[in-house]
Structures are given as structure tokens and as C-alpha cells.
Design a protein around this ligand. Structure first.
Ligand SMILES: C[S@@+](CC[C@H](N)C(=O)[O-])C[C@H]1O[C@@H](n2cnc3c(N)ncnc32)[C@H](O)[C@@H]1O
Length: 935
């Protein structure tokens, strides 16, 4: 149905009220005369709360005065600090957890790059973003209208936008999605906005979220924004005026190019970087050039940096900074564009600006250089404080607009004005590089780093925000994208704080969508500092979940922080509900840390996919080496299952209850257009791994050995194509399987014994073959064998994991069925027929699960023997070892509660290898915890 839902109507109604500022309005169960009264009421409560020293002690509480926090906040919907009204939001708008409610969903994968060009997505940039259109299908799949969605690392608030979009999406979008879902045999979506709780540690991202998710009157904002920019131009437009080359007409500067001044290493003569390197005709920069004074051959690396001594405009003390000089101006006379070198008059104008009193609103706080990852890029150039990043004219212009924005009376109009003006901060700073061949000189800073180039473009503020001569400009773009999709009132609650302290009641959230920080990829707190300083509220970096050497955060610290965040997600999510985690391309160690953190918090991963951009389809992840972006679907076990483990002891029944719940939650059928793909989570090995992890992460012993587990699996669950199903699922699988003619092979990346076994199993499953046939193929796969992994001969792997037919007795059915399907002359022959036996002789094949259990026992004994050797080895450091032997040994030690041996052996193994092996680390982490507990 494409009808407008009740929630939408209510939201639109609220918006209309917001527009008129008329009331009455309902908020958290209270009724107010109008929006203004609502704000005043909650603002007073927040003000009072800020006086409470305990409130400020909440982990992740940002740094900033009460006044600055209140100026940014719009309680109860958004606070630039932990939000004391979140609990009420959940109480008023959420549905209490009902253990009897039937809720069934399969994991759902999304394309995290979808929608990256949508206007709304581009309305405000952020360090990393997941487009809202990539999130919408997930929210529609996992939730119903009115459900509560949570994103604790919400960044710019795209999850909130997506939750609202489920109710406000245009009809064309809805029709397209419904068509796609129908083609995929997916039930139709239930349209209607979802409520959302957004949390981020950074005041800046949470402010961006507020702009995106809280309603404002677009027309009113447009009038006010254009008025402010016009007024600013009237007041300080003279700063951007210039003489035209004809000496008569007046030009208006679009941007000024600044050049760094160096000295020649040979003659110490002055080198103007732009003048010597830029070819004005071709607009290309030369790498090699000649000193204009002594003719020496130069390049940038040879130049000697020089400093100019100035007076710091805020402290009044002497300040040494790299020498920068304006060299070119680009300006308009009417609609015609011109460019010329900077003239004496231009320099006089700049000198006049520099003599003006320095604007008070420009922040002068220091950069915490020694604790910043990129601090070493700033300090050596003389940039130690925020205001050092602005040349005087840019500081004046930005300050003028910032101050005017602050004077706007209407609250949401004011918020949106800051929301847009803050987007000019990076472009107006000296981080904005000059790109000679670039179409625009706005937004040219290097992503994710404070980098000051030797050529800087200083655009005019109108060039960035509102240039009437440009066909499109920021203000008009904002109007165009917000007018058709206004935000809804009362659907979003935002806070600034630690994801590990969301502070809402347990079991209150219906779905979590999250895109956490990934290790050392981006330094959010550092990078947000520039804009946050203008607001006067900055991130509390202690809680930031990143790997960052200057802040003394290594991968273990990162994992600890993430574990606390996932534990909070687990606490607030309703049992049996889902969490989607998107994982951006990062190191394998970080991927391992994330998995470990999720598992330790209690989540069970049911599906990991990566988008194959060429094929446009999803692939399951089969190896621990990650090269692409992943979508991870994990669930919180149901209360029923949790109860079985609450007593802290394991039982065989509990283990099978876990397997049943897990099978219930993993996809039944993955496939499209005639092709079915095996579901990795349903394979015996994966189920065994998950069962082990579930127990170890809860600190309890394993009730079943590997062989017992495999036997039990075979007895309890129907098997198809090497996968296990619940009885009702197998019917669905069989039905869908008849429509697919091909079984796609999973691709395994062979880099250790474990993946080698999986690869061989796949080969032999399709075609039982002899050692001689298999070996050349196997050798080809071995190119990427891990350095630390002891080589294990193919013969040994075969003997320990597979069966060999030596021609004695009847031909095993696995070989028989292969031969009779593939060779006409061997069809319908008896298993003891000599022709068949001849062809079958010497082939290796995959044992049926009963025999597999016997083999596993033999293999485990061999592995444990090797583990004994590692344990007893007198070597302090073992560089190469058989990982499977260590895994088997750790498992045995865990069963015997011999935690000390696990920790002792781990100390001998290379740290870098352990960091990437989630199975080994799971035992080590838990053994360390146990030892700590026992001590
Ligand atoms: C990958 S970004 C999220 C981007 C977001 N998906 C978007 O579209 O804008 C991760 C975010 O986590 C935040 N963060 C880091 N540590 C945090 C913590 N302990 N609690 C809450 N947020 C944190 C960072 O400030 C950053 O904004």
C-alpha cells in the first residue's frame, strides 16, 4: 500500500505547527502552547541538569561551558551532551519488550555505497558517511513503523534520515523498491517513519545530525540566510573589492591564491613557490624548476622552509609561522571572470584588514598537538592554535557571518544557519589548497588530515555560500533538498556521548544500524576539533574508539572500547532482534577485533557479506582476509536461549538449543538467476565454530567434542548440499533449489591449513580424485601461504581429513555417484564391478559425517601431539607453527580449565599473528579474564 500513514500525517502536522510557531504541541507526553514554550521548558531543565556535577561525570561528556552546550542544544530532541530525556523518549514512543511477540527476520545485506549522489546526502559533508538510501531497505526489513532504531556511532545522522525516509520517501522511490523486493521474493515493505535514537561522541557530528533530523521552516531559513549574506556583503564587501586591469572598473574577488615562500638551498635567495612552479598558461605545476637568483636546479624537497614573525592576533605575543604571500587574485567584473597578479593596492587593502581589531568570536584554543595523530603536520609550520589556520580577511568574514547567525531569533532557523556556515570553515582556512586546474576553489582541503599545502586558495564567503552569479549555490541547494523532504517532529532523539553509555532502559530498542570507527582509519575527534572550536564544545577524546598512537590507544584498547559499546548495544536491544554493522575496508586485525568485541558482548554473527561491485551481487565472506566493505548481521539471542546459559554452566541440550536458534536466524537460501550459493553459516565447520565461540565467550566449558558435535548434527538436522537445516527450512530450501540449476562454489583463499582443508573438501566433493590429480591444482593455490604457518604436506592433510579408496571392497557411494554421473559406460554398475573399481581406485573422497567423526578424532590426537611439542618447546619465540594444532590445544586446555597454558603458549607466538586470528584470540582473551578472576 502506498497510502500515507498516520505517523506521516502527524509528522507533517507537527511541521506545519513548527512553521507557524503555533501550538499546541505534544512532547514526551506533555502539551505545550507552542514550540517556543516546549523549548523553554526543556531548556530550563537541561540548564539545571548541567549544574549537577554528577551529570558532567558521564563518560564521553564533551568539553564546553554550559552556555555553549545550551546554545547548540534543542532539548529534549537534541543535546550537545548526554541527553537526560532519552529515557522519556523511549517510554513515551517505544513499545515495551514483549517476549510473546512473534518476530522473525532473516539477515539482510545492503549496498553501503547506494545513494552517494543524493542531494540530501550531500547537503552536509562528514569525514565518512553511509548514505541514507543505503540504510532505508535495512530499516524497512527489520522494523515496523514506529519502532525504535538506534545508531550509537551516528556521525552525520544518516540512520536518522533513513528512519524518517521510510515515511517520507517519494512515491517513485517506493514503487522502485517494492518492485525490486517483489523480484527477490521479499515481502512488501511496511512504509511509515521509524523513531530513532542517534548518539555520537563528537559535538560536531551530533550537530550535523540535528540539522538533518530536526524540522525547520525552510522558507524562513532561506530568507534569513540570504539576508545575512547580503548584510555581511554590505558591511565587509570592501574587503573583497579590487581594481580591474583597466584601472577604472571595480572587481569582486572570487578567490585569492597564497603562495608559501621558501629560500634556495644554494644561494638563500627567496623562492615564491607559486611563481616558480605554476605555468600560468597550462595551469600545470612543475616538479623541477630553476632558482631565479642562482640558476640552481630545484624541486620542492630541496627548498628551505622560512618563517615570518608576526604578532599573534589573540595573545599579542610574537608568533612564527611559515611565510605565506598573496600572489594571484581571481575576480569578476559583472559576469566576466579575470585573473591577475596581486597589486600594491590589493596588498594595502589586506594590510588595512590586518590592522582592524581581531574578531572576538574566532576561537583561539590550542591544538593538543602532542596528542594528535597529525599534530606533526601543524606544529612545524607554526600552527599551534585554531585561529592560526585563518588569514586575517578570512577570519573577519567568517566571524561576521557567525556572529550574525548567532543573533537569529528563531531557534531552528539559527541552528540551520550555523549548520550551513560551519561548512565554510575548512574552505576559509589555509587548509584549502589551490588547485590550478580545478573548476572550483571551494572544498579543496585534503580529506581526513590537517595538511597545509604550499599553495592556498582563499575563497570569498559568497563564493562558498551564496553567489548570485553562480547557477547553483549552497543556500539554494539546501532549499531544494529539504523542501520536498521535511524532517518530522518527535521522531529523532539525539545525544552527544559515548556509545558505551546510551543510558536508556534495557530491551527497549527494535533494531541497531551502525557504522563504527575502524581502527586507525580516521581521527574523528582531532578532525572535528576545528569546527567544534567555533561552537565552543569539543569531543572528549578519552572514549573515542580508535587506534591512535599519540593517545596511547593500541588495537587492544580499541577492542576494549568497542566491546563496551557493543555491550551497551546488547543491553538496550530487545532479545531476538538484529544489529547491522557496516565495516569499511580496514586491516584484518581490526576486523578480528570487531568480531571479538561483538561476540564478547553476546551477539551472534549470522551473516557476513561483501558487495561484489562488478557483479552487483553480495558474496559471503569465507576467509579472514578482508579487502572490501562488509555488512555484518548479528542478533541478540532470545531470552529463552539466554536462560539456558544464565546459570553459567553448559549442557548438551543448551548447545543444540543454540544451534537451532542459529539455524533459525541464518539465511535459508542465497541465490539468484538459476544459481544457488552455499550458505557458509550452515556448514558443519561454521556451526561448530559458532557453537564453540558461544560457549567460550560466556566463559563456560564445551559440552560436546568436535566429533560428537558432527555426529549430533547429522542425527538432528537434515542436510542438503553440505548445509544443515531445521526441518521446516529444508522444505523451503528444496523448493527453491529446484529453480536453480547451478550450485555456485564459494571461493576460498588458501593461506593456511584450515582454508586448505576447505578448498580440498570443495574439490573432492565435486570430484573424488587421486593425489596425483589434486597436487598440481593444490600447488597453484598455495601462492599466498601465510609466513607464520607451518607447511603441512598435502598428503598429511588428506590422511587426516579425507578417505582413500584403495580398491579393496565395494566402491564408496561418494565415488560411485560421481563416476556414474560423469561416465556413461560406468552407469548402473554394481559397486563391486571390476571396471568401476578400476576407475575408482586411488581416489580420495569426502567422508560421510559418521566416518568424519572417526577421522576427526584421529586428527585431533595428531594435532594435540603437535601442540604438546609447541608447549614444551624451549624456544622463547616461535615464528612458525601449525595454527590448527594451537587451536586444538587451546580448545583442550579450555575444557580442562588450564587457562595458564593458553596464556603461556600465546606468549611464545608472534603478536601480529594472534591479532589477526579471532579463534586464537578468543581463547587467549577469555583465559586471561579467567586467570584475572581466579587471582
Ligand atoms: C564511521 S563514523 C560514522 C559515520 C556515519 N555513519 C555517517 O554516515 O555520518 C564513526 C563515528 O563514531 C564516532 N565515535 C568514535 N568513538 C565513539 C564512541 N566511543 N561513542 C560514540 N561515538 C564514537 C566518531 O565520532 C564518528 O563520528
Amino acid at each position: 500500500m502506498l497510502s500515507t500513514t498516520g505517523q506521516e500525517q502527524q509528522g507533517t502536522l507537527e511541521l506545519q505547527k513548527e512553521k507557524k510557531g503555533a501550538g499546541p504541541v505534544e512532547c514526551l507526553g506533555l502539551t505545550f502552547e507552542n514550540e517556543q514554550a516546549r523549548r523553554e521548558h526543556f531548556m530550563a531543565l537541561l540548564k539545571e541538569k548541567l549544574q549537577d556535577p554528577e551529570f558532567r561525570k558521564i563518560p564521553g561528556f564533551p568539553q564546553g561551558s554550559d552556555e555553549a552546550i545550551l546554545r547548540m542544544s534543542d532539548p529534549p530532541y537534541y543535546t550537545a551532551c548526554p541527553n537526560p530525556f532519552l529515557e522519556d523518549f523511549v517510554r513515551c514512543y517505544g513499545k515495551p519488550y514483549d517476549p510473546d511477540e512473534v518476530y522473525e527476520r532473516e539477515p539482510f545485506a545492503v549496498d553501503v555505497s547506494e545513494g552517494g549522489t543524493h542531494q540530501l546526502y550531500k547537503a552536509h559533508g562528514y569525514i565518512t558517511k553511509v548514505p541514507h538510501l543505503a540504510i532505508v531497505p535495512s530499516i524497512l526489513h527489520y522494523t515496523k513503523p514506529g519502532d525504535i532504531v538506534l545508531d550509537g556511532f551516528s556521525g552525520s545522522g544518516m540512520t536518522g534520515l533513513a528512519a524518517q525516509w521510510c515515511g517520507t520517501a517519494p512515491i517513485a522511490y517506493r514503487q522502485q523498491l517494492e518492485k525490486e523486493w517483489e523480484e527477490d521474493n521479499h515481502l512488501p515493505p511496511e512504509w511509515g517513519a521509524r523513531r530513532v535514537i542517534l548518539n555520537d561522541l563528537g559535538p560536531e557530528p551530533s550537530f550535523i545530525s540535528a540539522g538533518y533530523n530536526l524540522p525547520f521552516d525552510v522558507a524562513k531559513w532561506e530568507r534569513e540566510a540570504k539576508h545575512i549574506l547580503k548584510e555581511t556583503e554590505d558591511e565587509i564587501g570592501w574587503m573583497y573589492e579590487c581594481e580591474h586591469v583597466d584601472g577604472r572598473a571595480k572587481g569582486r574577488i572570487n578567490h585569492t591564491v597564497w603562495s608559501e615562500i621558501f629560500s634556495c638551498p644554494e644561494c638563500t635567495g627567496e623562492i615564491d613557490f607559486v611563481r616558480e612552479t605554476l605555468d600560468l598558461q597550462s595551469k600545470r605545476t612543475r616538479d623541477n624548476f630553476i632558482c631565479p637568483h642562482c640558476g640552481a636546479q630545484l624541486n620542492k624537497d630541496r627548498l628551505v622552509r622560512i618563517f615570518e614573525t608576526r604578532l599573534d592576533p589573540i595573545s599579542g605575543e610574537t608568533w612564527k609561522r611559515i611565510a605565506l604571500r598573496p600572489v594571484i587574485i581571481n575576480y569578476n567584473v559583472g559576469t566576466s571572470k579575470y585573473e591577475r597578479p596581486v597589486s600594491e593596492t590589493d596588498l594595502n587593502n589586506l594590510a588595512k584588514i590586518e590592522r582592524l581589531p581581531y574578531p572576538k568570536v574566532v576561537p583561539g584554543n590550542p591544538f593538543p598537538v602532542s596528542q594528535m595523530y597529525h599534530g606533526s603536520r601543524l606544529e612545524p609550520k607554526g600552527i599551534t592554535h585554531i585561529h592560526h589556520l585563518f588569514v586575517p580577511r578570512a577570519a573577519h568574514a567568517l566571524a561576521a557571518i557567525w556572529e550574525k547567525a548567532g543573533l537569529i531569533q528563531d531557534f531552528s532557523t539559527r541552528r540551520m544557519m550555523f549548520w550551513v556556515v560551519e561548512q565554510a570553515i575548512w574552505s576559509l582556512s589555509i587548509l584549502n589548497r589551490y588547485r590550478p586546474t580545478g573548476y572550483s576553489q571551494v572544498g579543496q582541503s585534503l580529506d581526513g588530515v590537517y595538511y597545509i599545502a604550499s599553495q592556498h586558495a582563499e575563497p570569498s564567503p559568497w563564493n562558498i555560500l551564496y553567489d548570485t552569479q553562480k547557477r547553483t549555490n549552497k543556500i539554494d541547494r539546501i532549499v531544494q533538498c529539504f523542501s520536498p523532504c521535511p524532517s518530522l517532529t518527535g521522531y529523532s532523539a539525539l545525544q552527544t556521548g559515548d556509545c558505551a553509555a546510551i543510558r536508556i532502559p534495557p530491551n527497549s530498542v527494535d533494531y541497531v544500524f551502525t557504522d563504527p570507527p575502524f581502527g586507525a582509519n580516521k581521527f574523528y575527534a582531532d578532525l572535528n576539533l576545528l569546527i567544534e572550536s567555533w561552537h565552543g564544545v569539543t569531543t572528549a577524546p578519552m572514549q573515542e574508539a580508535i587506534v591512535d598512537q599519540p593517545k596511547h590507544k593500541d588495537i587492544n584498547k580499541y577492542q576494549d572500547l568497542m566491546r563496551c559499546c557493543f555491550a551497551e548495544y546488547w543491553r538496550v536491544l530487545k532479545p531476538g532482534r538484529w544489529m547491522t554493522v557496516v565495516f569499511s575496508n580496514s586491516s584484518n586485525g581490526i576486523w578480528r577485533a570487531i568480531q571479538e568485541a561483538m561476540g564478547a558482548a553476546g551477539f551472534v554473527v549470522a551473516d557476513v557479506r561483501t558487495l561484489d561491485k562488478q557483479q552487483g551481487s553480495y558474496r559471503q565472506v569465507t576467509s579472514s582476509a578482508v579487502k572490501q566493505d562488509l555488512v555484518i548481521s548479528a542478533y541478540k539471542p532470545t531470552e529463552q536461549l539466554q536462560k539456558q546459559f544464565n546459570i553459567g554452566e553448559s549442557s548438551v541440550e543448551g548447545a543444540w538449543a543454540f544451534v537451532r536458534e542459529h539455524l533459525h536466524n541464518v539465511p535459508v537460501f542465497v541465490g539468484r538467476s538459476n544459481e544457488v550459493e552455499p550458505v557458509v553459516e550452515r556448514t558443519a565447520q561454521m556451526l561448530l565454530d559458532r557453537m564453540i565461540a558461544f560457549h567460550v565467550q560466556r566463559g563456560i566449558s564445551l559440552p560436546l567434542s568436535g566429533p560428537e558435535f558432527l555426529q549430533g548434527l547429522q542425527q538432528r538436522f537434515p542436510e542438503r548440499d553440505g548445509m544443515y537445516f531445521l526441518p521446516d527450512q529444508v522444505t523451503e530450501y528444496d523448493r527453491k533449489r529446484t529453480t536453480a540449476t547451478q550450485l555456485r562454489q564459494l571461493s576460498f583463499f588458501v593461506n593456511d591449513e584450515h582454508s586448505a582443508i576447505q578448498w580440498i573438501r570443495q574439490q573432492l566433493q565435486d570430484k573424488p580424485q587421486s593425489f596425483q590429480d589434486l597436487q598440481p591444482q593444490f600447488m597453484r593455490e598455495l601462492q599466498a601461504w601465510a609466513k607464520h604457518e607451518q607447511t603441512v604436506e598435502l598428503k598429511v592433510i588428506l590422511e587426516q581429513n579425507f578417505l582413500h579408496y584403495d580398491g579393496r571392497g565395494p566402491v564408496p557411494s561418494q565415488i560411485h555417484s560421481y563416476l556414474s554421473t560423469n561416465f556413461k559406460d560406468l552407469r548402473n554398475l554394481d559397486k563391486e564391478d571390476s571396471k568401476l573399481i578400476e576407475k575408482a581406485r586411488d581416489r580420495w573422497y569426502v567422508p560421510d559425517p559418521n566416518k568424519q567423526a572417526d577421522l576427526d578424532q584421529i586428527r585431533e590426537r595428531a594435532l594435540l601431539k603437535e601442540f604438546e611439542d609447541i608447549k614444551e618447546s624451549s624456544q622463547r619465540r616461535i615464528k612458525q607453527f601449525r595454527t590448527e594444532a594451537v587451536r586444538a590445544g587451546f580448545k583442550a586446555c579450555w575444557q580442562e580449565r588450564d587457562y595458564a597454558t593458553i596464556v603461556k603458549v600465546a606468549a611464545k607466538l608472534p603478536e601480529a599473528v594472534l591479532q589477526e586470528d579471532e579463534k586464537l584470540l578468543m581463547y587467549i582473551d577469555n583465559a586471561q579474564t579467567r586467570l584475572g578472576d581466579d587471582a
